[in-house]
Design a protein around this ligand. Structure first.
Ligand code: NI
Ligand code: MN
Length: 227
């Protein structure tokens, strides 16, 4: 059994056997966040899809506070390790068996530069994660445009796909529906929309057009599914 709680924007809390984790924990300064860093005292992993501030978010603070291992691309881990944070570097297409289950880093079509002291630094390539927890497969796409690579995920039989629908920086509703048709996940939770005006969209429109292909769950920040 896996709990998947939506925290707003692209941030999720994942809890299963051997794992209490955050993905892209942008809480401080996130107008859609349901909670803050004070709500997380016990974590063993933090997954970061790419270097943008709305995804790294509170990662350094929470990693320091909880001792959680940061899982991210090699280049971002290199930066985090300068702050003596515990990291597990991975890269696109790579799989590793953690004590709770396997994790694969998936490609994303996007950027990953990271702001350090007001300047943008190279942050490697952006990605997503395919997590196996308690026999369930959860795909967090990160920030990405539509890419034909998503067809490869069909074979993985994804149970829950977390995909961006807000457009401008990522897939919009039309492209997100095309991605659902490629990935064929049992369930979809849309993310990365309505946090800011520039990524405004109506998730009900997505549901209407995508529900013939998957079980679409529109979660308000703070709501969760258990699979
Ligand atoms: Ni981004
Ligand atoms: Mn983003």
């Amino acid at each position: 059994m896996v709990r998947i709680k939506y925290l707003g924007h692209s941030a999720f809390y994942i809890e299963g056997k051997g794992i209490k984790a955050l993905i892209d924990p942008f809480l401080t300064g996130n107008p859609s966040a349901c909670c803050g860093t004070e709500d997380f005292n016990v974590l063993n992993f933090i997954f970061v899809t790419h270097g943008h501030g709305d995804h790294i978010g509170d990662t350094p603070y929470l990693a320091k506070k909880t001792g959680a291992t940061i899982v991210a691309n090699y280049e971002l881990c290199h930066l985090f390790q300068k702050d003596e944070l515990v990291c597990h570097p991975m890269h696109l297409g790579g799989t590793f068996s953690f004590p709770f289950g396997r994790v694969k880093m998936t490609p994303a079509i996007h950027g990953s530069d990271v702001e350090v002291e007001g300047k943008l630094m190279p942050g490697g390539n952006p990605g997503g994660f395919l997590l196996e927890v308690d026999g369930k497969k959860i795909y967090h796409a990160g920030d990405t445009g539509l890419t034909y690579d998503m067809c490869l995920l069909e074979e993985d039989k994804v149970d829950v796909a977390l995909i961006p629908i807000g457009g401008n920086f990522t897939m919009d509703i039309a492209d997100a529906i095309r991605s659902v048709k490629m990935i064929k996940p049992a369930m979809v939770i849309p993310m990365h929309y309505n946090t800011f005006d520039i990524i405004k969209c109506n998730p009900e429109e997505f549901r209407k057009l995508a529900e013939e292909f998957s079980d679409i769950r529109i979660l308000k920040p703070g709501e969760e599914v258990v699979v």
